[in-house]
Design a protein around this ligand. Structure first.
Ligand SMILES: Cc1cc2nc3c(=O)[nH]c(=O)nc-3n(C[C@H](O)[C@H](O)[C@H](O)COP(=O)(O)OP(=O)(O)OC[C@H]3O[C@@H](n4cnc5c(N)ncnc54)[C@H](O)[C@@H]3O)c2cc1C
Ligand code: FES
Length: 305
């Protein structure tokens, strides 16, 4: 199957950056959005890539943490930009990409400390890193996210809508309850068909995101008569279930793994995942340099648990 205009990315353009925070706010329950002024990262990040992020001059936590590049902007007045126009921060050239956004869920040391940062503070970034998504050309791309996995797929959906307007892009987002959805408008503004699922039924379909996929299939919104592919990011058990669901229908499915990482550049082997090759043999692959995006069918999900 031919691949889309979205090329597999390498980390060749990765760099070390001190970036100034220009905006930072809570957007949902325990979920924050952060914007940094970092033209080299904004200009080179591709859908599905990430950066290793540290708070400078702090030794606890010592190690940087991986965060997906959620979105990039050239101009704070762009319609999809969540900030009001700020003339002082406007770039010299409105076409040059300058700002990169991260969205993070408060999980532990790094993310808790990050909530205290203010505009004007700096972050140390190493990126963009990882391979990013590389999907076949299809009629229908279904993005599936749970946990904080939506951060890996917004740019992918928008890229497809801009470069292949005939491609339908559906975004299926699952959460425990509706208060966890932040900035869902970003996905609608990118031209995606947004479908929500919550375990408690407080927003969208009641059930898991796999229940939502079943429902869309029953309604005829996902159909085997169109070429369909899935791209997925979220908790491992969810990705395993989505990958299985896609495999049963012979839909290609790429998953972006969120394995813990220490170095982010292939040296420490702390991020390995069991990956099965074409001969059926498995070996560990480093998520930071050989991923984070893998074909879902190649992951040994049982060994991941
Ligand atoms: C490629 C990639 C992209 C990512 N993008 C994002 C993003 O955009 N936004 C975001 O919020 N997070 C993202 N993550 C996850 C994030 O890096 C981790 O949650 C990170 O550990 C948070 O740092 P912390 O110091 O706050 O929490 P820590 O103190 O490191 O961990 C807090 C708790 O979470 C557990 N934990 C840590 N990592 C994982 C994991 N991967 N799976 C399950 N449990 C874990 C720990 O065991 C601990 O109990 C990404 C991870 C990867 C690999
Ligand atoms: S995080 Fe060090 S090898 Fe991947």
């Amino acid at each position: 199957m031919p691949t889309s205009s979205l090329q597999q990315c390498s980390s060749a353009s990765a760099g070390y950056h001190q970036a100034t925070i220009v905006a930072h706010e809570q957007i949902a329950e325990a979920t924050w959005r952060l914007r940094v002024d970092c033209p080299p990262l904004a200009a080179s990040a591709r859908p599905g890539q990430f950066a290793m992020v540290r708070i400078p001059n702090r030794h606890d936590p010592l190690l940087a943490r991986p965060l997906a590049v959620y979105d990039v902007f050239g101009d704070l007045t762009e319609p999809t930009c969540w900030l009001p126009p700020t003339p002082a921060a406007a770039p010299a050239s409105p076409n040059a990409l300058r700002y990169a956004d991260f969205i993070y869920a408060v999980a532990g040391k790094f993310t808790t400390a990050t909530t205290t940062l203010r505009p004007g503070d700096t972050l140390t970034l190493w990126g963009p890193l990882g391979n990013g998504f590389s999907l076949p050309t299809v009629d229908h791309l279904v993005l599936v996210a749970g946990g904080i996995g939506q951060t890996a797929v917004l740019m992918l959906g928008r890229h497809l809508r801009l470069t292949a307007p005939a491609t339908r892009v559906t975004f299926c987002w699952g959460a425990r309850h509706g208060e966890l959805f932040g900035h869902v408008e970003d996905f609608r503004a990118a031209g995606l068909d947004v479908q929500l699922a919550t375990l408690d039924g407080s927003a969208g379909t009641q059930g898991t995101v796999v229940d939502l996929l079943d429902q869309l299939e029953a309604e005829g919104s996902i159909t085997g008569s169109a070429t369909t592919a899935l791209a997925c990011c979220g908790p491992e058990r969810m990705m395993a279930a989505v990958s299985r669901w896609a495999g049963q229908r012979q839909f290609p499915c790429q998953v972006s793994l969120e394995t813990p990482m220490a170095c982010g550049i292939g040296i420490c082997f702390s991020c390995v995942a069991p990956v099965i090759d074409a001969e059926g043999n498995w070996d560990y692959r480093r998520t930071c340099v050989e991923g984070p995006v893998f074909e879902g069918s190649t992951i040994d999900w049982e060994a991941m648990e």
